[in-house]
Design a protein around this ligand. Structure first.
Ligand code: ADP
Ligand code: MG
Length: 384
């Protein structure tokens, strides 16, 4: 039974004829906020046909029409969500298929990417009234398990962790930083809480509490630092009988990631890049960009080792897994530059084709400052 479903899911989900599966990239526009309106902001983004994103500093209906005719500054994604989209719309289009695949023992990851205030945490965590992708995914997972698991053998574990300034912390059990270790299973955070979940009810409270444990900026208490990455990992373990009646264990892992604000890590020009070499560099976000670039270019060596975030996501990015990027943007013309950067980045991420590969084939490189310097040079060259 499970195997039949698995085959169906494999042929339907992300898989394509060249043996790889493309990364899916989505854009979500959030509603204009009261603060933005009070500051005299105008809307500079328009979503057309649920796919196309038009960006203009002059936001009249005529401008959009003209831009469309001129095929001007416009981007197309797998789907683009207007500010009226519900949390459910976003979940079912972006993540529902990944949950299905994870139940068949595959890995998958969903990233929210964008500037601070663009709606990443709202999309991932949401509120009690409007729970986001993290909560809806777990809810869906349990309902699917209930529908299908006749022998009740699925076990679900949750881990929630933070990467802040290259330090990994357990958000479910705050304390000392965690050490990353490589073992046969891949990279593991030693001592990380694996919370056994039995139902959805407890999850929202657990995640909200975890979110409160995220690092806050020293100068602004209560406000989550724009440099904190939060990763929810949902691990599903189960066993099936194969054709010769042997019991086989399977594990599927879903990683849901609320990334740090991209405003300080995105280099699309020389000057920005130079400022990144200063103290404010977000190593993990830069390394993620670099891995994405390497994947886009089909490079054999993907520099996962350059940061804690990319180490943690090594088995969930590229390779034989499904990856979803949700680029969050504000409609305000006051955020025009950030929105443009985010859209350019998302446009590039679209080019990734992940290929089924043997992880052991991958060349291992030392994790060093030299690597970091090389990475910056590569980025500099690219932006020249
Ligand atoms: P980020 O995590 O990217 O810094 P947030 O998710 O915290 O941004 O969003 C900033 C503000 O905008 C929050 O008050 C949030 O509730 C609100 N917001 C974001 N996206 C939406 C949306 N789609 N609908 C309604 N409110 C939203
Ligand atoms: Mg946030």
């Amino acid at each position: 039974e499970l195997d039949t479903i698995s085959e169906k899911a494999a042929s339907k989900g992300g898989g394509s004829d060249d043996g790889g599966s493309r990364i899916l990239v989505f854009v979500r526009l959030r509603p204009i906020s009261r603060k933005e309106r009070e500051a005299g902001a105008r809307c500079c983004v328009k979503i057309v046909d649920g796919r196309d994103v038009y960006l203009t500093e002059f936001a009249t209906e005529n401008d959009y029409l003209r831009l469309k005719r001129l095929r001007g500054r416009h981007f197309t994604f797998d789907a683009s969500f207007p500010d009226t989209a519900t949390q459910h719309d976003v979940y079912s289009t972006t993540t529902a298929e990944l949950v299905e695949a994870v139940l068949q023992g595959r890995n998958g990851s969903v990233f929210c990417y964008g500037a601070t205030g663009a709606g990443k945490t709202y999309t991932m965590l949401g509120t009690i009234e409007n729970p986001g992708v993290m909560v809806l995914a777990i809810k869906d997972l349990f309902s699917k398990i209930r529908q299908r698991s006749y022998d009740g053998n699925h076990v679900v574990h949750l881990s929630y962790l933070e990467v802040y300034n290259e330090t990994v912390r357990d958000l479910l059990s705050p304390g000392r930083p965690l050490v990353l270790r490589e073992d046969k299973q891949g990279i593991v955070a030693a001592g990380l809480t694996q919370y056994r979940a039995y139902s959805t009810d407890e999850v929202m409270a657990l995640l909200q509490q975890g979110n409160l444990n995220r690092t806050t900026e020293p100068t602004r208490c209560n406000e989550t630092s724009s440099r904190s990455h939060a990763i929810l990992q949902v691990v599903i373990e189960y066993h099936v009988k194969d054709s010769s009646n042997n019991i086989v264990n399977r594990i599927g892992k879903l990683s849901l990631i609320d990334l740090a604000g991209s405003e300080r890590a995105l280099a699309t020009d020389q000057r920005t890049l130079r400022s990144l070499e200063g103290a404010n560099i977000n190593k993990s976000l830069l390394a993620l960009s670099s891995c994405i670039n390497a994947l886009v270019e089909g490079k054999k060596h993907i520099p996962y080792r350059n940061s804690k975030l990319t180490q943690l996501l090594k088995d969930s990015l590229g390779g034989a897994c499904n990856t979803v990027m949700i680029a969050n943007i504000s409609p305000s013309n006051l955020s025009f530059g950030e929105t443009q950067n985010t859209l350019h980045w998302a446009d590039r991420a679209k080019e990734i084709r992940t290929k089924a590969y043997d992880a052991h084939e991958e060349m291992q490189m030392p994790d060093s400052e030299t690597d970091q310097a090389k990475l910056l040079l590569e980025l500099q060259k690219e932006n020249r």
